[in-house]
Design a protein around this ligand. Structure first.
Ligand code: BGC
Length: 719
């Protein structure tokens, strides 16, 4: 553990909403060989040395379970030093003292909003002459009100660029936490992309809007030639309403506003200590006539490297793929969140487990998830219960099946995709504790009955007025109980742990489940029973499921729980064409319905915008919710056939078994694995299907029922 010389500092008097800036000035007459800055905050900070950012991390130190784990960063700032130096650190509330969740004032939220922010740091200087020096944060630092008068995760930012910072006074040292400090674990949040404005236009209601053509997460940068005191007010929105006017009622209580007071002359600015989810901005006040070239959307997300690629002959499906990638970027701001815009933006565990497989193929997410899983384990309640959201900003929330199961499902997927045993070792206790929690909480032994659950959230077979699909909650809970137990067993065996207790438990859950649930009533019930190996005769069940889907009008009736597996189940049991039919369906409900309506990210509801152009509701209607984007893992694994093998995790060996359909002319998927690039493409040609496969490892290829073992290389087959 690092020994700290630095002291936690903050302004003497609480500045309320105003973001303080801390400053240290010093001179060096010696030549510096190496300068390293260690920095962290209770809040979020932006640090500049001699006017230049100390690194690329925005919203540092990121979001963790602050009571137990706070990351500090280390920046090499050697190149930024001069003879006379000035280090400035601006501090915002960030997630630390945020008003999350926005829809209710919990005791926990009151506690959080009341807490004061502060910074802690040390600059380590190593000189050419062999001497060393440390400049720690302490009472010798100065502090003043910055130009940022307000900054908050949901509500946005207010900046007065005309204000000249004055009234510097000594910062106050305070008794902040040291024992929870950990070196940076996750990926840094960075400004990853820039999207130029597509147009500036006036709506029928007379509002001036800027359209970026793409829903993004981040902030807008604008350049303006203004007079001191001119005002800019900007609102954010995801979609236009039925009449083509600005709409942001679905942000609920999140104001998501920018207020900016101009300095004199040409100036460029963007928010510094918060972020927004948006495609459109509304210029409520803006000096002069706004032109597209004055606006850029800066896209902010964790520094994950793109590893996956999906392409095919159908432009709508390609747009869906694009929406899935954008949905991931937009919800990967340090924590896997449900959405980036409304008064929520929380690390919902259910959404995370639903999407993790797709996420881990699309991008290199190993570090990202490992950090979040450490938070999950750190916040597990004494009885093993897992919060609905991690970091747990809803501590009163009841643990729900398929949400808490993220504790087992997520480590297992990180292990599979990256061959990372460490994640299993790190999380094994947490995985067991979750299963033990269920064992202690259930009303009936060997099932999970009772409790409060989210059910098949947003299932289309929900009774009117309910968010929960018709699948029985006890059924879902018991199925996931079995599934998580099976993952504990697998993980334990890999780690060489004794799992006899869980094997016995599993056998009992399985037989009790089979005795209790002798009939399946919904699509999701069939899907879970088959996919989690609970059904005695999976083929018979799959036949019944396919018949049920056809009877339902070739439509899905599933929600968050059933949807991720529906196509897998179908294509595994001989219904590949039906899987394609659902994937390519354009009418509501379907993935392509939203594409048809102009979506550029994945919607929370299949009918976020209904056929008549009205909104589903203002109540809970995000247009950037990645969960249903989980369908991409079916495209990688089944359509293109790229399978990671449990016995060879990390793509050590691969099985490639593409399932082509006449519904498309061609399809291609690739994943940059830890072992190299794997790629599978099929194309219909006059005399059959051409399969082109590139693999970096020994691979079993299955085409037209024929199994072939191949060495690393590029292959072409006809089928
Ligand atoms: C979130 C979801 C989440 C759900 C749990 C919603 O408000 O946005 O994605 O999983 O609540 O019920």
């Amino acid at each position: 553990m690092k020994e700290w010389n630095g002291k936690w500092i903050r302004p003497k008097e609480d500045m309320g909403d105003v973001c303080p800036v801390f400053q240290k000035k010093w001179k060096t007459d010696k030549t510096v060989k190496k300068a390293e800055l260690y920095l962290t905050a209770l809040g979020v900070y932006e640090a500049k040395l001699n006017g230049k950012p100390v690194g690329e991390f925005v919203l540092a130190p990121g979001w963790t379970t602050y009571e137990k784990r706070l990351q500090y960063q280390r920046y090499d700032v050697t190149g930024l030093l001069k003879e006379e130096n000035e280090l400035d650190v601006i501090l915002g509330k960030g997630w630390y003292s945020s008003q999350m969740p926005g829809w209710m004032v919990t005791e926990d939220r009151k506690r959080r909003t009341a807490r004061r922010t502060g910074i802690l740091g040390e600059l380590h200087l190593a000189y050419e002459d062999g001497t060393e020096e440390v400049l720690p944060t302490d009472g010798s630092w100065n502090c003043a009100k910055s130009q940022i008068l307000f900054s908050e995760i949901y509500d946005g930012e207010t900046c007065d660029a005309s204000y000249l910072i004055k009234d510097w006074e000594a910062a106050a040292e305070f008794d902040g936490p040291y024992e929870i400090l950990i070196p940076q674990e996750g990926e840094e949040i960075r400004e990853m992309e820039r999207v130029a404005a597509k147009s500036v236009f006036v709506t029928p209601a007379g509002e001036t809007l800027v359209d970026f053509g793409q829903e993004v997460t981040g902030y807008v940068e604008f350049t303006v030639d203004a007079k001191k005191g001119d005002k800019i007010t900007i609102l954010h929105g995801e979609v236009l309403d039925q009449k083509g006017n600005f709409y942001n009622a679905n942000y609920r209580s999140a104001k998501a506003e920018i207020h900016y007071t101009c300095a004199d002359g040409v100036q460029t600015w963007h928010p510094q200590l918060t972020f927004f989810g948006f495609r459109y901005i509304k210029l409520e006040e803006f000096p002069g006539e706004a032109k597209p070239e004055q606006f850029t959307a800066i896209v902010v997300y964790s520094n994950i490297k793109k590893t996956g690629e999906l392409r095919c002959s159908n432009p709508d499906l390609n747009q869906l793929f694009s929406n899935i990638f954008w949905g991931q970027k937009g919800n990967f701001v340090d924590v896997p969140t449900d959405c980036p815009q409304r008064d929520e933006r929380l690390g919902w565990t259910g959404d995370a487990q639903v999407f993790i497989k797709t996420a881990s193929y699309n991008y290199d997410t190993q570090k990202f998830y490992k950090k979040w899983l450490h938070d999950l384990a750190a916040e597990q309640r004494p009885d093993g219960a897992v919060g609905q959201v991690i970091p747990d900003y809803l501590p009163e929330g009841a643990p729900s099946a398929a949400w808490g199961d993220a504790a087992a499902i997520c480590p297992w997927q990180v292990y599979l995709t990256y061959g990372d045993k460490e994640v299993l070792a790190d999380q094994f206790d947490s995985m067991k504790k979750w299963v033990d929690y269920i064992t202690g909480a259930t009303k009936d032994t060997y099932l999970w009955t009772g409790g409060e659950h989210f059910g098949d959230w947003l299932g289309l077979d929900a009774p009117s007025g309910s968010y929960k699909g018709s699948t029985r909650e006890d059924f879902i809970a018991s199925a996931f109980y079995a599934y998580s137990t099976s993952l504990v067993i697998k993980a334990g065996k890999i780690l060489g742990e004794d799992v006899a207790k869980y094997e016995e438990l599993y056998r009992n859950i399985l037989s009790t489940f089979r005795k209790t649930y002798t009939d399946y009533r919904t699509q999701t019930e069939y899907i879970l029973a088959i996919w989690f190996d609970l059904a005695e005769d999976p083929q018979k069940c799959a036949d019944a499921l396919a018949a049920m889907i056809e009877k339902d009008g070739s439509q899905m009736r599933t929600g968050f729980v059933g949807t991720p597996y529906i196509l897998h189940v179908l294509s595994h049991y001989g219904y590949t064409e039906l899987a394609y039919k659902l994937l390519l369906r354009k009418e509501y409900p379907s993935w392509l319905y939203a594409v048809d309506k102009g979506a550029t990210t994945i919607w929370e509801h299949w009918d976020g915008i209904m056929e008549n152009g009205e909104f589903w509701s203002t109540d809970m209607n995000s247009f950037n919710h990645y969960a249903y984007g989980a369908v991409a893992d079916w495209v990688y694994e089944e359509a293109a056939g790229i399978h990671v093998l449990e016995e060879a995790p990390g793509f050590e060996k691969i099985r490639i078994q593409p399932k082509a359909s006449k519904a498309l002319d061609w399809l291609e998927a690739s994943i940059e694995t830890r072992k190299g690039l794997v790629k599978s493409r099929w194309t219909w040609q006059e005399d059959g299907i051409k399969y082109e496969i590139t693999t970096p490892v020994d691979t079993t290829i299955v085409i037209g029922g024929r199994e072939m073992e191949v060495r690393p290389g590029c292959y072409t087959f006809w089928g």
